[in-house]
Design a protein around this ligand. Structure first.
Ligand code: UDP
Ligand code: MG
Length: 323
């Protein structure tokens, strides 16, 4: 009985929406970002919360975040002890968020806050996840477009869960979905994959991704490559398994070639041994072995790091303000 009553009280309360924004050296853009977001979080049917994560910025990001005067929402600034990377910063934000729906978005306004109301509408219709899908990639460089397309085609062939293409971390998630994500024990987190892995009733809204509002991208080619590796290794073991088949094929080839030499010797007599073919086969096969070992290493390294069980991020302080 008591339970039903408390539920009734709860349902008469406003539902809360949390925006989770990671900041890494974004001092130039912060004020403008908040200014822009404030235009879209005025709906008084909801309670609003912004979780700003300072991911170990070396500029004045933390100070500027501390100066933001919230109007009509709560702001919590989560300061991490150093730069842990966007995936970890997002995890920190999700842990801190208390909303009934949670929306991660980038600090550079590339995830347009004007989409928030459409997302909430879909959520109210009963969807647990509302993905924001990019209609085109014209705001990316040609190289990034091609490498992103290649990445999605590779990972979606190998991974058991389909990771939607042209969808970033920008999405609305119901509290139930976020509870699943935050309860996962793994410390190395490829968020896009984890979000897809969680499942739930999903729908999509579409948008055109604008260029970065201020500052430069924080993702170098090398960082993106490592993120891609992280994605593939956390969601597929095919790169490991494929070596049995490659080994099998090489063994069949070697057997066939051996048989050929025996037959040739029987028919034509003893041949002068071929140095060139010997060395090229030797190098080819040892090259293959090293690639196989390297891939094995990628996984073993990750098992090693995961087995240490270190937390994915360390929170230095959390400061909340409200008005
Ligand atoms: N970011 C972060 N930690 C990092 C790198 C990036 O928190 O180590 C944040 C960054 O401040 C931004 C978001 O992640 O809010 C996306 O970064 P960026 O816009 O540089 O990525 P891109 O849009 O170029 O892929
Ligand atoms: Mg960006």
């Amino acid at each position: 009985m008591e339970n039903i009553e408390s539920k009734a009280v709860f349902s008469s309360e406003k539902r809360k929406i949390s925006l989770v924004i990671p900041f890494y050296n974004e001092e130039e853009g912060i004020r403008n970002t908040f200014h822009e977001i404030e235009k879209h979080i005025g709906d008084s049917r909801y309670e609003w919360e912004i979780i700003a994560i300072n991911d170990g910025s070396s500029d004045k990001t933390l100070e500027v975040l501390g100066d933001i005067a919230p109007s009509g929402y709560t702001i919590s600034v989560v300061d991490l002890s150093r730069n842990f990377g966007k995936e970890a910063a997002l995890s920190a934000g999700l842990c801190q968020a208390t909303g009934d729906a949670i929306i991660p978005l980038d600090a550079d306004l590339q995830d347009p806050p004007s989409l928030i109301s459409d997302m909430i509408q879909k959520w109210e219709e009963g969807y647990d996840v509302v993905l924001a899908k990019r209609l085109d990639r014209t705001s990316d460089s040609v190289l990034k477009r091609y490498t992103a397309a290649a990445f999605y085609s590779v990972i979606n062939k190998m991974s058991e869960v389909a990771i939607p293409e042209n969808v970033g971390d920008f999405r609305l998630m119901d509290r139930r979905v976020v509870n699943v994500i935050t309860s996962l024990p793994e410390t190395r987190r490829f968020m896009k994959g984890l979000f897809a892995w969680a499942g739930f009733r999903t729908t999509t809204v579409e948008y055109v991704r604008p260029a970065r509002a201020a500052g430069d991208t924080k993702f170098s080619g090398w960082k993106l490559w490592n993120l891609a590796l992280e994605g593939v290794t956390s969601f597929s073991t095919i790169p490991l398994k494929i070596w049995s088949y490659i080994g099998f094929l090489v063994a069949i080839g070697a057997f066939g070639y051996g048989a050929l030499i025996v037959i040739r010797t029987l028919i034509f007599g003893i041949d002068i041994p071929g140095y060139a073919s010997l060395i090229s086969i030797l190098l080819f096969v040892s090259g293959l072995q090293m690639v196989g070992l390297g891939i094995l290493g990628e996984y073993v390294g990750r098992i090693y790091m995961e087995s240490k069980n270190r937390p994915p991020f360390i929170v230095r302080s959390v400061k909340s303000r409200q008005k």
